[in-house]
Write a new protein. Structure first.
Lengths: 179, 490
């Protein structure tokens, strides 16, 4: 039993990496994840990654923001301490518009980004789960879980055929950042 | 997929031969990973001197109160609000580039959005210092929050445009910051994975543990698009609300419905001028000519020309409507602006904002770097005068001629304004040293489609219409970063 935990196919060209994915999929080899220095369009569909639902979160946060600030303005200006300004109506809705608008945006932005960070486990101090240091620079990395996916040589060959410049057999999953 | 090729008649957004992904990382991170050069130090020392002047002047203001400014009982608002509106306006270009151009899929934004957004944030910080400066008693800043009576005031006055300003500016600043920082995460991760020791630790914390996995990128793109979608109306609302500060008053010269669009156009105008001022220097000093190309410079000059013309039409409309309204106070305000004691400010504004930007109709001037730089500075000066003219000329001649005065700034006014420019540059120069000034991940997206080398490859393959190729090669002539000999030998 080899001690390889992950097989990484490192490509220098995103199109060759996409070929690599196709080749692995044709051979029924499951792909653990793909790490790239830039977004690759069309990869989600290829890997069957479901569409992001962050848009729904954004919408809900926006509604919340609008409700919160409208309630505050209504409570202070109309309910708690109505002021008679030249006999004008207390519930002067046009004046509420800028506040409602701004907080809709504010809540949408912060709520959505917070949801993104929470769902993706991004926060300051999070230990990076990085498999190859060049995946944030110039390498497009396909990671295959070595366990159960044998023979490893076939995977290596498939990746190399697709144009991988390097295929790594890593003994540990993630790069250590504490040297 | 990344592999489709772009039409040859579109000009390239990245120039240079054999650009690789690694080369982009190396070139963009060079200023971050190496010791600063002499040019940076000179700029930094000058900016620190400026920032010190700001610190001294603003501290003086807080200690002795805003009576230290040149305000008098007729002109109760002058350089302070001028500086505030000027800075907020400058900020607008960053959001416009990052949000509006993203929605319109303008890929040329990719190499300039990062520094433009940074500029937005620093400009809004400078603007915010004016808000706090205005308060005089800055320790009571919390009175702008909706707090009940026990805190010594009634609830805040939600009918006031100044209150709307508090909400608009704080939302604008924080949303821009979130947008900018989210976009920075992949690039900070690039620095992290190349650094060692303490630097790696610091960038690791700053990178939030970014990995670049498929799901992360997918969510990242969703977030970017939605943030762009909400930032677009946000940026329009901000200067609209800033204009409410004036438009909702009954002051002749201020009480006009044209103000919101006119302010927004002016803001984009001055913002792009500031981006141009900064980037023309930065591309040279940081060696980014291949990423911030002549196409970018020319495009920005075209936007300056367009928005400058919009502003020009607004000035003329305003004048016409003053006459057409039949309101004599309004008419007087405008005649006084252009021919009264502040005629020099009015005509400086007209010259710098309406007349000189028209030079950009000439392509020769649009692609001339020194001239573009000078014209961008002139626009910045003109836009400062615009705010000064609107504010001071409307106030200084009151309804009572016995109150008529002139405004004379004190050294505190000058110190706060000049110093805020220094403060801005301190922040911007530090940004260039610690964070990538070009969004690497987004520029890498262009290598296989919109780069000169990708297009060269298409030409070499030879399946293109020769007239299109000729047009393309002709378009390349303006680039200062393209070696044309390789196209002509064939």
């Amino acid at each position: 039993m080899s001690s390889t935990k992950f097989i990484l196919g490192c490509f220098e060209d995103p199109d060759q990496m996409m070929d690599g994915i196709t080749k692995l999929q044709k051979n029924s080899i499951p792909i653990y994840d793909v790490y790239t220095p830039m977004p690759i369009h069309g990869i989600e569909a290829k890997l069957g990654v479901k569409e992001s639902r962050l848009g729904y979160a954004a919408f809900c946060f926006g509604c919340l923001g609008a409700t919160v600030v409208f309630s505050i303005v209504y409570y202070t200006l109309v309910h708690d301490w109505p002021m008679n300004i030249g006999g004008k109506p207390h519930f002067a809705m046009p004046d509420f518009v800028p506040f409602t608008f701004e907080w809709t945006i504010l809540f949408t932005a912060f709520g959505m980004v917070a949801t993104f960070f929470a769902a993706t486990h991004l926060f300051p101090g999070r230990a990076p789960r990085v498999m190859d240091l060049r995946a944030t620079d110039d390498r497009f990395v396909i990671a295959v879980d070595a366990k159960g996916n044998i023979p490893h040589d076939d995977i290596t060959r498939l990746l190399e055929e697709a144009g991988a410049v390097e295929v790594k057999h890593n003994k540990r999953k993630y790069v250590s950042y504490d040297e | 997929m990344a592999s489709h090729s772009e039409s040859i008649i579109r000009e390239p957004l990245i120039t240079g031969k054999n650009i690789t992904y690694a080369q982009i990382t190396n070139e963009v991170l060079a200023p971050v990973e190496n010791k600063p050069n002499m040019a940076w130090w000179i700029g930094f020392v000058l900016s620190v001197i400026g920032a010190s002047i700001w610190l001294f002047s603003i501290s003086w203001t807080f200690w002795y109160g805003i009576g230290e400014w040149g305000l008098n009982k007729t002109v109760g608002w002058a350089w302070d609000i001028t500086g505030f509106v000027w800075w907020v306006g400058i900020g607008h270009a960053g959001t416009l580039i990052s949000a509006v151009l993203l929605i319109f899929r303008q890929n040329w934004r990719n190499s300039i959005n990062r520094s433009a957004e940074a500029m937005t944030i620093f400009a809004v910080i400078c603007a915010a210092t004016y808000i706090f400066g205005h308060m005089g008693r800055v320790w009571l800043a919390y009175w702008t929050l909706p707090l009940p009576n026990q805190f010594g005031s009634l609830w805040v006055n939600w009918n006031s445009a100044l209150m709307m300003d508090v909400f608009a500016i704080s939302t604008y600043f924080s949303v821009s910051l979130v947008f900018w920082y989210t976009g920075l995460l992949p690039d900070i991760a690039s620095i992290r994975d190349r650094a060692t020791g303490l630097r790696r630790r610091i960038y690791s914390i700053m990178s939030f543990g970014w990995t670049g996995s498929v799901k992360t990128w997918q969510r990242f793109e969703t977030v970017s698009l939605i943030l762009a979608g909400i930032s677009t109306p946000l940026v329009l609302s901000v200067h609209t609300i800033v204009s409410f500060d004036f438009a909702t008053s009954l002051e002749p010269g201020w009480h006009t419905t044209i103000f919101p669009p006119y302010f927004v156009a002016g803001a984009i105008f001055s913002g792009f001028a500031m981006v141009q001022t900064l980037l023309l220097i930065a591309r040279k000093v940081l060696g980014l000519e291949n990423y911030i190309t002549m196409f970018h410079i020319e495009s920005m000059n075209k936007i300056i020309l367009l928005t400058g013309s919009v502003v020009g039409v607004a000035y003329i409309t305003e004048f016409f409507i003053a006459w057409y309204s039949g309101v004599e106070y309004e008419q007087y305000a405008f005649i006084n602006r252009s021919t009264g004691p502040y005629w020099w400010a009015y005509w400086s504004m007209m010259t710098c904002n309406v007349i000189t930007p028209q030079l950009f109709w000439f392509k020769k001037i649009r692609i001339n770097i020194p001239l573009s730089w000078i014209l961008s500075i002139i626009v910045n000066i003109g836009m400062w005068f615009e705010r000064f003219v609107i504010i001071v000329t409307s106030l200084h001649r009151d309804f009572l001629p016995s109150s008529w005065v002139m405004f004379y700034p004190t050294w505190t006014d000058v110190g706060i304004f000049v110093g805020s420019i220094g403060f801005f540059f301190v922040m911007f120069l530090l940004f260039l040293r610690v964070l990538p000034s070009v969004a690497m991940a987004e520029v890498k997206l262009l290598v296989k489609t919109s780069s000169e080398q990708a297009k060269k490859k298409l030409i070499d393959e030879g399946h293109l219409d020769p007239t299109h190729v000729d047009d393309y090669v002709k378009a390349l002539e303006k680039y200062d970063s393209v070696d044309l000999t390789q196209y002509h030998k064939a």
